[in-house]
Design a protein around this ligand. Structure first.
Ligand code: ZN
Length: 423
């Protein structure tokens, strides 16, 4: 019996709105932006008063409070009246999300981070259609057209089909400088075949900045040169922007220039990530990575860090679904000490980030630092897999047929059923 898993995925399609439709898109963006700023202002103003009260007496403005205001607000604002109601509700949701994040940061003691911001015209570039049910579709796709509530049919290039039994969730219309895109997210229930992992086809990957990734078998994923050049250019233009007066004509011009570079980098990088993850998912049965949520090892300029963080996040997501679709396995392990421990003998060999070579005084092995880390990552993954198998066997007995360990010749096979992810 095979297990099933629900995947959430997003496809991005280019839109070709008519002149009239583009005017509506632009108008709605502005309407949503103003509403967004209004809701943010309202929450701040409310808080200014409430914070003077003792804790138990304070009231808060919620998502529902703000949604409930919409009919009243529409009465004397014809822009709000012209926009699609569900799209406006989503604006309230966005505001709520930023405030919830902000509150979470404050509770962690980071009052500096995540403070909700008012949005400039050029910084507000999307609005979202939710999909509540089959009866009341707010958007749907018909061949090369997408139906959007209150706008009608817009030409779309569907270059990637939706999988069978996909359930559409949301559609976000996004402006990228002078082009329009629809980001359509959907859930898909996939059945995962029983998994057989050949340990010879298991690898650990150490993700880095200079080399994109080092594999535990010594292979490397090299950063493409053009991407590095573009990223340097991005840093330069970013500096240019910071020298200009915020909101000025030159600042806006520079912002558009910067967005174009961003878009180009994003497209090229995604292309690179797609190719690399497809290769990995084809070549290996078990792939082990460091859990990025815990990893905080990169000491580099903030921008470089941001870029690699975003890129590694996408890399993991792409890899995760490609690996899942093939019934293979991706594991994320705690990065603690992966660069310090000797992958050969287990000795702790302390070294700063500057030292690029792992030299073990205990077993005398000399390895590239990242290769040593990749080997440790793989080892952690294999240990985790074995202990989860032991636990399952211990708990449920081998009679359930879900998990078994077999030995075939000299090669060791670990056989397990891929269970739904626990987050
Ligand atoms: Zn050693």
């Amino acid at each position: 019996m095979s297990a099933t898993e629900t995947l959430v995925r997003t496809h991005k399609y280019r839109l070709y709105p008519s002149k009239k439709q583009e005017a509506i898109f632009t108008e709605w963006l502005e309407t949503c932006r103003r509403l967004y700023n209004y809701f943010v202002r309202q929450r701040f103003d409310h808080w200014e008063i409430e914070k003077q009260l003792p804790k138990g007496y304070r009231t808060y403005i919620s998502y529902f409070d703000q949604c409930k205001q919409l009919p009243e607000l529409k009465k004397d604002n014809h822009y709000l009246k012209r926009a699609y109601a569900a799209v406006l509700v989503n604006v309230a949701k966005r505001v709520d999300k930023t405030f919830l994040n902000f509150i979470r940061e404050i509770s962690k003691g980071n009052s500096k981070y995540g403070k909700p911001k008012f949005k400039f015209r050029l910084c507000y570039n999307s609005f979202t259609y939710p999909q509540p049910g089959i009866k009341h579709q707010k958007f749907r796709i018909e061949d090369n057209r997408i139906y959007l509530g209150k706008i009608g049919h817009v030409k779309i290039i569907v270059d990637k089909d939706f999988p069978n039994r996909a359930i559409l969730k949301t559609c976000t219309i996004k402006r990228e400088v002078n082009q329009w895109y629809a980001h359509i997210s959907f859930t898909q229930i996939v059945s995962i075949p029983e998994l057989q992992i050949n340990e010879n086809k298991a690898i650990g990957i150490d993700l880095g900045i200079k080399t994109y990734g080092v594999l535990s078998n010594g292979k490397e994923i090299k950063n493409p040169k053009w991407l590095q050049a573009m990223e340097k250019k991005l840093v330069r233009e970013q500096k240019n922007l910071s020298r200009k007066k915020k909101g000025s004509k030159n600042w806006k011009k520079q912002l558009i220039k910067l967005s174009k570079i961003y878009r180009k980098i994003r497209l090229q990088r995604n292309d690179f990530l797609h190719k690399e993850t497809t290769k990995l998912a084809n070549d290996y049965d078990l792939i082990v990575l460091e859990d990025l949520r815990i990893s905080n090892l990169i000491r580099n300029s903030r921008l470089a860090k941001n870029i690699s963080n975003v890129s590694w996040g996408i890399f993991q997501n792409l890899l995760s679904y490609k690996v899942n679709e093939k019934g293979k396995k991706l594991l994320k392990v705690n990065p603690r000490n992966t660069s310090q421990i000797c992958s050969n003998c287990g000795e702790m060999v302390r070294k700063s980030l500057k030292i690029r070579i792992h030299e073990c005084p205990n077993c005398n092995i000399v390895l590239d630092r990242d290769l040593n880390a990749a080997k440790n990552i793989l080892q952690k993954g294999l240990n985790e897999l074995r202990s989860s198998i032991d636990n399952t066997v211990g708990l449920t007995g081998s009679a359930c047929g879900e998990v078994s360990v077999e030995t075939q010749g000299s090669k060791k096979f670990v056989k397990t059923t891929n269970k739904p992810k626990h987050g």
